[in-house]
Design a protein around this ligand. Structure first.
Ligand code: OSB
Ligand code: MG
Length: 369
């Protein structure tokens, strides 16, 4: 894949509504849109998913740029890339910084699929023409407001409702939600807000018929989750703890979870996401695709990934309009009755709308290879 040029645009986009988790509130998303161009003028796109503050994992939007500029682009100048899998392989000389690596790698995947004239979904081995999707609902100021947001999501047809919880806003909150919505497919995400000292408290989650509890314990733990899973009926899903296939193997061996949330950015890109998918398929771990409040570019990448067969649980892949007044792709992502059509056009299958995108650009850097 003869990559000739990399354009990196820094964007700052305001979310329609602030999104609150146990770690804090996000109301703007700063991100990089990565564009890679080949010798025939084909262009591949991806976005960086890191937040401005290192409270989900250690990366930030600015460490992403630092790593790309100082370390990743020099590698692309030296190494020949014949397949997108070569990108993550070549990047392995540098530790972690998965969101930086994934931003470049995802753009190369899109470029590769466009050169092959196939959809990104197909390039990854995806089979589904449509994917089921769910929605992640942030912590709301009051239960009343939460119930209203859930009602809206149920009306829209989302196939799985995820609620953010934290100590003090968990058991009573879920009891109230279940009283109003006894049958909806429901789960909770704690974003590492608990410790093993809360084990008796966390056992109460078993009464709510949850699909899973996502990342209850520390972001860097796998062992303690195994201890918790051994006493919980509710399935544990790991998010923050999983950075690689090796982490998944450890979690599987220890019995730390039954479900894996795959986010390409967190695991270093689509190639590693696919390897994790394949392992989970072989070992009967269910997987689903998480979200990072992406624009349509990242959403399109997630849709392609979620078309793979072991993505058996609806992902956090909502409509563009959930987070953005206007998205930067055309057409926008639309979930109808909780279903999104997987595009069949080459690459990510959505056009980047530069007229819209340019309104959010703070600056741009061009790297010739
Ligand atoms: O833990 O999955 C998470 C948002 C920001 C940071 C972490 C998470 C989330 C979400 C929202 O749950 C996912 C989305 O709708 O993009
Ligand atoms: Mg999560």
């Amino acid at each position: 894949i003869p990559i000739k040029q990399i354009n990196i645009r820094k964007l700052n986009m305001r979310l329609k509504h602030p999104f609150t988790t146990s770690f804090g509130t996000v109301d703007h998303k700063e991100l990089f849109v990565i564009e890679v161009t080949d010798d025939e003028g084909n262009r591949g796109f991806c976005e960086s998913v890191a937040f401005s503050v290192p409270w989900y994992t250690e990366e930030t939007v600015n460490t992403v740029f630092h790593i790309i500029e100082e370390f990743l682009i020099p590698i692309l100048r030296k190494k020949e890339i014949t397949h997108p899998d070569d990108v993550s392989q070549a990047f392995k000389v540098f530790k972690r910084n998965h969101m930086a690596k994934a931003a470049i790698e995802g753009a190369v995947w899109d470029l590769y699929a466009k050169r092959e004239r196939i959809s990104l979904a197909r390039a990854l081995g995806g089979e589904r023409k449509q994917i089921d999707v769910g929605i992640s609902i942030g912590i709301q100021p009051t239960i009343k407001e939460l119930l209203k947001v859930i009602e809206g999501a149920v009306q829209e047809g989302y196939k799985r409702i995820k609620l953010k919880i934290k100590p003090g806003q968990d058991i009573e909150l879920l009891r109230e939600v279940r009283r109003h919505f006894p049958d909806i497919p429901l789960m909770a995400d704690a974003n590492s807000a608990y410790s093993l000292e809360d084990i008796e408290h966390l056992k109460k989650l078993d009464e709510f018929n949850l699909m899973m509890i996502e990342q209850p314990l520390a972001d860097d733990d796998i062992l303690q989750h195994a201890e918790l899973q051994s006493v919980l009926k509710t399935s544990i899903c790991l998010d923050e703890s999983i950075h690689s296939l090796e982490d998944v193997k450890m979690a599987y061996k220890l019995g730390s979870c039954k479900i894996i949330n795959i986010k390409p950015g967190r695991v270093g890109g689509l190639s590693e996401a696919k390897r994790i998918h394949d392992f989970c398929q072989k070992h009967n771990l269910e997987v689903w695709c998480g979200g990072m409040l992406e624009t349509g570019i990242g959403r399109a990448q997630n849709i392609a990934l979620a078309s793979l067969p072991q993505f058996t649980i609806p992902g956090d892949i909502s409509s563009s309009s959930r987070y953005w007044e206007k998205d930067i792709i055309s057409p926008e992502v639309v979930a109808k009755n909780g279903i999104i059509d997987v595009p069949e056009k080459p690459g990510i299958g959505y056009e980047v709308d530069f007229e819209k995108l340019n309104q959010f650009v703070k600056w741009e850097r061009v790297f010739k290879l």
